[in-house]
Write a protein that binds this ligand. Structure first.
Ligand SMILES: [Zn+2]
Ligand SMILES: [Zn+2]
Length: 269
């Protein structure tokens, strides 16, 4: 196991970002997101946030960019000037575009934006994704009661993030949790959460030495993996984002074995 691959500093930064997002969320007007429940779209695997109306507040957006800049510069001082550049380029239209493109995982748009403006390639998408999350989480919290199951292969029913994390509840029920928007939904314990394969010959478990409460479910059909964490004994349950971060070494183990968090479509001949 290569727990050391993830530096302590990286984990600390991620933790600080998650805390910042928790703070930001409290400053959002609860009515700024208006999800629309469309059962047919949900059954077809369309994430709910794709159909939600979201009002962005440009002044909050600018404040949050400043907050991230302040945080990142503690780790990497030269980043401050990039954040100033982003702030100076930001207007309502660009902010809306960023949110749309972050939602669509459009890395090409962000790479282009970085290049045009002389920024490090990773910065714009990272910033956009970071400020998008509180909105996604607010959306998920509003409609959680309507979310019972997902569509295999479609990722999170609320935000579309690929599945990678589950927790055990009650008698050992598998509940998938999205580290991006915090939505949760049920899945069959023995099924692959990517392709739905329920064959015990090809859905297997990787156990991790020294970790009795964590295992990795893997699927030979789609090569997908899901971290399954038994948090039933935890006194305080971490948020999905924190649990995902604290178990990041399991992602490395799964990926080293050739599995992915987004399964591949089955090859049928
Ligand atoms: Zn999600
Ligand atoms: Zn599968």
């Amino acid at each position: 196991m290569k727990k050391s691959v993830v530096s302590k500093e990286y984990q600390k930064l991620q933790k600080d970002i998650i805390e910042l997002q928790e703070q930001w969320k409290t400053s959002l007007d609860p009515d700024c997101v208006r999800p629309k429940i469309d059962k047919a779209a949900m059954e077809a695997g369309v994430p709910v946030t794709a159909l939600a109306a979201i009002d962005f507040d440009i002044s909050l957006f600018l404040q949050w960019i400043e907050d991230i800049g302040h945080l990142l510069s503690k780790y990497q001082p030269e980043i401050e000037s990039s954040m100033q550049t982003i702030k100076s380029l930001m207007d309502e239209e660009t902010a809306k575009r960023w949110i749309d493109e972050a939602f669509a995982f459009n890395y090409i748009y962000f790479a282009g934006f970085a290049e045009e403006n002389g920024l490090d390639g990773w910065i714009p998408q990272f910033v956009a994704e970071t400020v998008l999350r509180p909105y996604l989480q607010l959306t998920a919290a509003k409609i959680q009661d309507e979310i019972h199951h997902g569509v295999h292969g479609a990722g999170c029913p609320v935000c579309g993030e690929p599945v990678r994390l589950a927790q055990l509840e009650g008698e050992g029920k598998k509940v998938l949790h999205c580290p991006r928007c915090s939505a949760h939904w049920n899945d069959r314990r023995t099924a692959c959460s990517h392709c739905g394969n329920n064959d015990h010959e090809t859905v297997k478990v990787l156990t991790i030495e020294g970790e009795s409460a964590a295992q990795i479910q893997i699927c030979e059909e789609c090569k997908g993996y899901t971290k399954v964490i038994d948090t039933r004994q935890y006194i305080v349950k971490p948020t999905p984002a924190m649990l995902d971060l604290n178990t990041i070494h399991l992602d490395f183990v799964a990926q080293e074995h050739g599995y992915k968090s987004a399964g591949e479509a089955k090859q049928t001949n």
